[in-house]
Ligand binder design. Structure first.
Ligand SMILES: C[S@@+](CC[C@H](N)C(=O)[O-])C[C@H]1O[C@@H](n2cnc3c(N)ncnc32)[C@H](O)[C@@H]1O
Length: 272
């Protein structure tokens, strides 16, 4: 038996299984190592985030050595947010991206954190509610696959580390496209595959062994942290995601790679 776990990255076919066509055709959806009925995944994702919500920010900071804040800041900068803009933070969780965006829109703008999980929204509120400068942030509980806003409502729609949790991720992007005004911008910040093979091996060891261990010790939910790296390894690679966003209707799609590819930020514009 191996001393440590080091599962491989998915190939093209494996990554296709994350996409809507495969999920709809088979009636099955992957969540990490588990294969679920299509209609069960959303409940599994809820259960996962209910468990991790109270310690979500702390664990993210610990497991990423704080570097996730650097990625988030750089990604939000790519949007070129202007004062007065209306922004939707899809799968916004505890609101890190929303806080960064709110500072750029100023009081004349509006930022809504949109998340299916009330416990995640609640866990972020102490970072936001006491600060008058962040009073332009609001909270909406809802499903990213059926965004509860009319067409052409927002200047910016952004999603950070959330889209790969959806059962139908293309539907999620289509919904973001629908609620954007023509000319509106999308940001997708997600984990990806490190480019350097040696670095990738170290990263794999860390993700499959250290992360679940620390997650288990600190939150008692090692299973929740074990499924994270699996969901990352199924997600479309940067060029695949660019092509997918193009098919959905975004133009001028571009991306920036962080920390050798551990995270990637895609931006694009809804055709005017
Ligand atoms: C990994 S967290 C990311 C939170 C935050 N965006 C960040 O960057 O730290 C993923 C979030 O997606 C939310 N989520 C998962 N499925 C969702 C869905 N179908 N609709 C809306 N939010 C969802 C979860 O509740 C969770 O808060």
């Amino acid at each position: 038996m191996a001393l440590w776990k080091n599962p491989r990255w998915f190939d093209d076919r494996g990554r296709q299984e994350q996409l809507d066509d495969h999920v709809t055709a088979t009636g099955r959806a992957r969540f990490g190592l588990r294969t679920l009925q299509e209609n069960e995944k959303v409940r599994a994702v809820m259960h996962h985030f209910n468990r991790v919500a109270p310690k979500y920010d702390f664990m993210n900071t610990l497991l990423s050595f704080g570097i996730q804040y650097v990625w988030k800041r750089a990604a939000v900068r790519m949007l070129g947010i202007r004062p007065g803009e209306k922004i939707l933070d899809v799968c916004g969780g505890t609101g890190d991206l929303a806080i960064l965006a709110s500072r750029r829109t100023g009081p004349s703008g509006r930022v809504l954190i949109y998340d299916i999980n009330w416990q995640m929204l609640t866990a972020g509120r102490p970072k936001i509610d006491p600060h008058p400068a962040l009073a332009n942030i609001g909270y909406v509980q809802g499903d990213a696959e059926r965004i509860a806003f009319p067409d052409n409502s927002f200047d910016v729609a952004m999603v950070g580390f959330g889209i790969r949790n959806l059962t139908h991720l293309q539907r999620g992007f289509s919904e973001m496209h629908r609620v954007l005004k023509p000319g509106g911008r999308i940001l997708c910040l997600e984990f990806s595959r490190p480019a350097n093979p040696l670095f990738r091996t170290l990263y794999d060891f860390y993700s499959f062994n250290i992360m679940p261990l620390l997650g288990g010790l600190i939150t008692g939910a090692s299973q929740s942290y074990a499924c994270l790296p699996e969901t990352i390894r199924m997600f479309p690679l940067p060029d695949e995601l660019s092509a997918l966003l193009g098919r959905i209707g975004f133009q001028r799609v571009d991306y920036r790679v962080f920390t050798n590819g551990i995270a990637v930020a895609h931006v694009g514009v809804k055709r005017g």
